[in-house]
Design a protein around this ligand. Structure first.
Ligand code: VGL
Ligand code: ZN
Length: 198
C-alpha cells in the first residue's frame, strides 16, 4: 500500500539539500549523470519551504586538496569538491536563500564522510530548530543521499525523499535503484517535488 504524504512542508519539517555542487554536475570532476536535473525540483522545494518559513539546510562535500578519498592518496575518487574551489561551489542555478544553513562535511584529510550527519552536529542543530521531519534531495543517490538518509532515520527523523530531485553515480549499473530500495527498507518514504504545498 502506498502511503499518502502529509501536507509538507509542515511546522516540524526542514528541507535538506545534499551536495548540489559543481563537481557533481555535468562538466564537473565527479559528474553525476543528469545531475543538473535535480536543480529545478529542488528550487520548487526551496520555494515551498521559504513560503512556510521552515529551515533549509544544504550540505557540501568540502575536501582538503590531499583528501584520503582522492586517487593520489589511494582513494576511489578523482579530486573533487576541494575547499574554496569553483567545483566545490553550489550550483549557480540552485536558489539557496541567504539564510540557508550550510553544513560542510569530510573536511579533514584523513576521514571521508558520505553522510551530512557525520562529525557535523547536524542532528542536534535540527532538533534545536524543532525539526522532526526531513525532506531530502540532491546528489548522489547511491552515496551521500543514501548515507545521509540512513543516518537521519537512525537519529529518529522522519524522512521523505524527493524522488525527482535525486540522481545516482551508478558506478555499477543498478546502484541507484538499490540505494532507493535500501532507503525505503530503512523507513524512508518518497514524494515528488510537485506534491509539496506552496
Ligand atoms: C559523493 C562521492 C564522493 C556524494 C561525495 O556527494 O555523493 N560521492 N564524494
Ligand atoms: Zn567526496
Amino acid at each position: 500500500m502506498t502511503e499518502r504524504p502529509p501536507r509538507l512542508p509542515d511546522d516540524r519539517s526542514a528541507l535538506l539539500i545534499v551536495d548540489v555542487q559543481n563537481d557533481f554536475l555535468p562538466g564537473g570532476r565527479l559528474a553525476v549523470p543528469d545531475g543538473d536535473a535535480v536543480v529545478g525540483p529542488l528550487n520548487r522545494a526551496i520555494e515551498a519551504f521559504r513560503a512556510r518559513g521552515r529551515p533549509i539546510v544544504a550540505t557540501r562535500d568540502w575536501h582538503p586538496p590531499d583528501h584520503c578519498s582522492f586517487t593520489a592518496q589511494g582513494g576511489p575518487w578523482p579530486p573533487h569538491c576541494v575547499q574554496g574551489s569553483e567545483g566545490a561551489r553550489f550550483a549557480a542555478a540552485l536558489a539557496l536563500p541567504p539564510d540557508a544553513l550550510i553544513v560542510s562535511k569530510a573536511d579533514r584529510p584523513d576521514r571521508d564522510a558520505y553522510s551530512g550527519f557525520q562529525d557535523t552536529g547536524l542532528a542536534e542543530r535540527l532538533r534545536a530548530l524543532g525539526v522532526g521531519t526531513l525532506v531530502v534531495g540532491g546528489l548522489a543517490t547511491d552515496y551521500c543521499v543514501l548515507n545521509t538518509v540512513r543516518d537521519a532515520l537512525a537519529a529518529g527523523f522522519a524522512v521523505w525523499v524527493l524522488e525527482d530531485a535525486i540522481r545516482a553515480v551508478d558506478v555499477e549499473p543498478g546502484d541507484g535503484a538499490r540505494a532507493i530500495e535500501t532507503m525505503r527498507a530503512a523507513g524512508a518514504r518518497f514524494i515528488r517535488s510537485d506534491e509539496l504545498a506552496v
